[in-house]
Design a protein around this ligand. Structure first.
Ligand code: SF4
Length: 57
């Protein structure tokens, strides 16, 4: 399961992982820390290579 560690996100830019996710599971409102839709996420791990805010639990 992927979790976003909010404290690791500077929340000052568009999340580059949003477009990397193959199933569009990452949602970001404005520049806020993104969230992962666990119903869509397949645990592929791509986002964890993009940013250390995404962690595999
Ligand atoms: S693990 Fe894969 S499917 Fe899940 S949020 Fe990250 S990029 Fe998307």
């Amino acid at each position: 399961m992927i979790e976003v560690i909010t404290a690791r996100c500077p929340q000052n830019h568009p999340c580059p992982a949003v477009h990397r996710c193959p199933v569009d599971a990452i949602v970001q409102n404005g520049y806020a820390a993104p969230s992962v839709d666990s119903d869509k996420c397949t645990d592929c791990g791509q986002c964890t290579y993009m940013c250390r805010a995404f962690t595999e639990q």
